[in-house]
Write a protein that binds this ligand. Sequence first.
Ligand SMILES: NC(=O)c1ccc[n+]([C@@H]2O[C@H](COP(=O)([O-])OP(=O)(O)OC[C@H]3O[C@@H](n4cnc5c(N)ncnc54)[C@H](O)[C@@H]3O)[C@@H](O)[C@H]2O)c1
Length: 386
Amino acid sequence: MVKAKGNGKVRLGIVGVSGIGVERLKNALATPEAEVTALADVNAEALIGALAQAPDAQGFDDASKLFKAKRCDAVLLNVPHFLHGPFALQALEAGLHVLAEKPMAIRVTECDAMLAAANAAGLKLSVHHQHRHRAWSRARILREGGLGRLLRATFIRNSRRTNAYYRTAAWRGKWKTEGGGVLINQSIHDIDEFLQYTGLPCEVRASLHNLVHDVEVEDGCVASLSYPDGAVGTFVTNLSSLSPTDVCEFECERGILQVSKPSRVGRLPGRGVYGFFDDNTEMWGKPPKTEWEDLPEVEPFPPGSLVRDFCLAIIEDRAPFVDGQGARDAVAFFNALVVSHFLEKPARLPLDHAEVDDVFDDLAKGRWKLDRRFTAQAEAELAGAR
Ligand SMILES: NC(=O)c1ccc[n+]([C@@H]2O[C@H](COP(=O)([O-])OP(=O)(O)OC[C@H]3O[C@@H](n4cnc5c(N)ncnc54)[C@H](O)[C@@H]3O)[C@@H](O)[C@H]2O)c1
């Protein structure tokens, strides 16, 4: 077991120090239980800028050198998605605790290898899902709030990113390096939260699309979900909408939990949904009155909370707030949506790992792409044909 050494502080190495890495460096410097001892980035300018913030740290132009240098107890990985799995494994092998940025990795097979390596070495493995606590407190209402069995889960988020966003870094918008589009990047936070309420479905049927982006990955997904106990779900997300929509609700036997602004819980009297549909003698019988209760807003975690929690988890030898297993499930859910779309069949969970690897290998090799549906050229052709 590797614990904090010397002055009792966790010696942190930070890999990737531009983009979100700038924030993580600030978070680490503001963490009383941490000292920043090593920094790595292949971008020399970014590394020089970061070293100016943390002059006592040693700089590395290659992450592998940092992992081997024995300058730190733990690393924060703030690098493009395709590097999360390989870098985490290298770091764990070198005896370092790991806090990876989201997503945990691109493939569930990588996540399982990371979990196995961390468990075998007795090291902490966490993922920066900073919104999980919002769901964590409210999911208790579903489990313990007397609403009964979940019947239907509905998630719809219409959102946006411009094409300029995809031009900000060469790794974005590619199956090989980003590992997907909206699902693995923006929605992985939503998936992580959604799974706190429902757990993993046992089957998904998904249709991915790319409506307006000049990239090969999906900018939207429409999926239906089935759960082991018979509940059903809908998961819809996209980055192609100018009409932001946010629906997240869980309809249960005796009530409903709506998680939006404001969040509220509604309770039905008596036997609730079954009472209404079974006992009603009229064709258009009036539903019973729902008693609504607004729920208090959940404050965001203050910046740096997960970095501090990760350091405290090392010092106190406890699990970090965001465990690797939950983050792994979010990746499994995402993988299921991709597998279902490209193999044109329902994907059953637990997933067939060989199938996941085959699909993502093919995607990385460019065998399948999601071409933008609505292009200027297509619009012109359509106009000509009219
Ligand atoms: N938690 C959040 O809300 C949040 C927000 C933004 C980004 N992220 C995640 O953070 C990660 C990075 O995203 P970003 O937007 O900062 O990307 P970015 O492209 O802006 O920065 C990535 C950094 O990694 C460095 N890098 C690339 N290859 C490297 C290598 N081999 N060794 C060392 N450094 C290397 C780059 O030079 C760059 O400095 C992604 O996983 C992203 O999903 C999370």
